[in-house]
Design a protein around this ligand. Structure first.
Ligand code: AHG
Ligand code: MN
Ligand code: MN
Length: 333
């Protein structure tokens, strides 16, 4: 099989992109570089005490920050700022967006990112990820980036993707022309196209949710959870329960195997846990490009108009028929 590298693929596909300036290619190359740096640091995590564990601070969402959260945040921000094409970034780890100054103010793009997703899993050597979403700015180039540049609906994304630091490191992205996956060969320092034009199955068998929240969710969803455990040959039940607790890893498995991931609204968190801008929207873009669906239990995720940077939203994502069935259960109650 001919080996296509991520670098070659980005260049080859840049003319499919509606702005076709090469700028988006440059952003993707920055993300590729940053993900390699994070990959190598993560692989040392078990050995290096200075990067394991918590820093003792919380982010704006009250979550304990891990050293590697902040490290990855720094690496991605530096890599994206360096090429002076991105004019600002919003990240899970920063209370407010970061506006780049100097030449970067002429950049046409903003990026929303979760630099390290599933970070509580690092200390136990379980897969983590990076999630990113790229938009074209609304404010004029040459001026400082403004909040509105980040509060665009997911339908306006020009690219979305994630890096999974798992048993292999993979980078998966879409620019709206299909979803493609690349696997990292760390001995060569190169990502190769390993999963071209990914498609998820319409029906799946995997159900992924933190079922510890069962008694805190709606009656409709509880009925669906009970349904997944029912025994019925015709509908291929019981389903298989799989939940890692790293969104990227849970999402990736379901994308490949067919399944549905649910992080619902709960009594304690009526808007769920996951963040619209840098967790749900990019994954919604990826799954739609792979033939699946992503909703908040009612509406399409990508059509929601964000009102704040760290906005949370209930998230149902995966095989389209499974998402539809969950909607039916929710509507009945
Ligand atoms: P992050 O590490 O970026 O804060 O994200 C953690 C998220 C996500 O990765 C995962 O699916 C979810 O939190 C798990 O939450 P629960 O522990 O409540 O199941
Ligand atoms: Mn996350
Ligand atoms: Mn995170």
């Amino acid at each position: 099989m001919k080996s296509v590298t991520l670098g070659e693929f980005i260049i080859e596909k840049q003319y499919d992109f509606k702005y076709a300036t090469g700028e988006l290619s440059s952003i993707l190359s920055s993300i590729r570089l940053a993900s390699k740096i994070v990959h190598h640091e993560l692989n040392k995590a078990g050995l290096a005490e200075h990067i394991l564990g918590a820093v003792g601070t919380e982010n704006i969402q009250g979550e304990e920050q891990q050293k590697l959260d902040l490290y990855a945040n720094d690496v991605f921000i530096k890599a994206l700022k360096n090429r002076e094409i991105v004019c600002g970034i919003t990240s899970e780890e920063d209370d407010d967006f970061v506006a780049f100054d100097g030449e970067s103010m002429n950049g046409n793009y903003v990026v929303a990112m979760d630099p390290l997703d599933g970070s509580s899993n690092i200390d136990v050597n379980v897969s983590v990820g990076t999630i990113f979403s790229v938009y074209r700015r609304i404010s004029p180039a040459g001026t400082p980036v403004v909040l509105e540049d980040f509060l665009q609906p997911g339908t306006e994304q020009v690219a979305g993707g994630y890096v999974l630091y798992g048993s292999s490191t993979m980078l998966i992205y879409t620019t709206g022309n299909g979803t493609n996956g690349f696997t990292y060969d760390s001995s060569l320092g190169t990502f190769y196209l390993s999963h071209p034009d990914m498609q998820t199955s319409k029906d799946g068998k995997i159900f992924s949710m933190n079922e510890g929240n069962y008694n805190r969710t709606s009656q409709g969803l509880r009925n669906y959870i009970d349904y997944t455990k029912g025994i019925d040959k015709a509908t291929n039940r019981p389903y298989t329960a799989r939940y890692i607790g790293s969104l990227v890893a849970d999402f990736h498995r379901n994308l490949l195997k067919g399944g549905v991931y649910v992080y619902p609204s709960t009594d304690e968190s009526p808007k769920g846990k996951l963040r619209l801008l840098y967790e749900c929207n990019p994954l919604a873009f990826i799954i739609e490009q792979a033939g699946g669906k992503a909703t908040d239990g009612e509406k399409r995720i990508m059509e929601l108009k964000p009102t704040e940077l760290h906005q949370r939203v209930p998230f149902i994502v995966g095989s389209s028929n499974m998402v539809d069935t969950i909607h039916e259960f929710i509507k009945e109650n």
